[in-house]
Design a binder for this molecule. Structure first.
Ligand SMILES: *Cc1c(COP(=O)(O)O)cnc(C)c1O
Length: 220
């Protein structure tokens, strides 16, 4: 199946309230353009440098999402154009995004990454840490960031009931945080292998790579 076929298939199954982020990391611009020409306008990358290079080569009506772990010293490279940063996992990082956004007179949308997986390798905040951030005096002074939701990654496992539990935990976390911070609307959860389940558990934004672009080859 072509990239266009894959996109059409996924889009035909998506409820209207769910947004598809096409995760194009490691893929060449020609593949992204195929998706673009099929109507896709939201792309997700996990490396800032790679996202900047693609941004410079592609049409300017694309929404670029940073879905990977963000190093503070690299925020400045994407501050001019990034539409949504999914991986905010500390107040320190959020303050840097705010500082860089101010330089461009922008308000950058951010998701708080919540740790739902059991794996130590996955980043993210606990619910209590997220609450503390949202209630802090320092956060209330940040005028150039908007917390528009939460993001989470389930454990890499074939155990669907564990994944379901983790997605449900993110939904509960979302509900609690939304009662503190009304700008919270997005639940970014679900990837190629589990997006159906994620949608059933309340996801409003799925991040799908290999089911659109095919499997990734990290060797080249
Ligand atoms: C790579 C990646 C995805 C997409 O993974 P697929 O399994 O290829 O759909 C989603 N979210 C994040 C954070 C990723 O790094």
């Amino acid at each position: 199946m072509s990239i266009q076929d894959n996109l059409n298939k996924i889009n035909s199954q998506l409820p209207e309230h769910v947004t598809l982020v096409a995760v194009s990391k490691t893929k060449p611009v020609s593949d992204l353009m195929e998706a673009y020409n099929a109507g896709q306008r939201i792309f997700g990358e996990n490396k800032i440098q790679e996202m900047v290079e693609k941004y410079e080569q592609m049409p300017n009506d694309i929404e670029w999402h940073m879905i990977g772990h963000v190093q503070r010293n690299k925020v400045k490279y994407m501050a001019e154009f990034v539409h949504l940063i999914h991986g905010i996992d500390s107040l320190k990082l959020l303050k840097e995004v705010d500082k860089q956004a101010k330089k461009y007179d922008r308000i950058i949308n951010c998701l708080l990454q919540i740790k739902i997986a059991k794996e130590d390798s996955k980043f993210g905040m606990s619910l209590s840490h997220a609450k503390e951030l949202l209630r802090s005096e320092e956060f209330s002074q940040l005028n150039n960031v908007n917390i528009s939701g939460v993001m989470g990654m389930a454990t890499f496992t074939t155990n669907n009931s564990q994944i379901e539990q983790e997605f449900k935990r993110l939904k509960t976390t979302f509900d609690e945080l939304k009662s503190i911070q009304h700008s919270i609307e997005i639940i970014s959860m679900g990837m190629s292998g589990d997006y159906q389940l994620a949608i059933d558990c309340g996801s409003t934004m799925i991040r799908v790579g290999s089911s659109i672009f095919g499997s990734r080859n990290y060797s080249n």
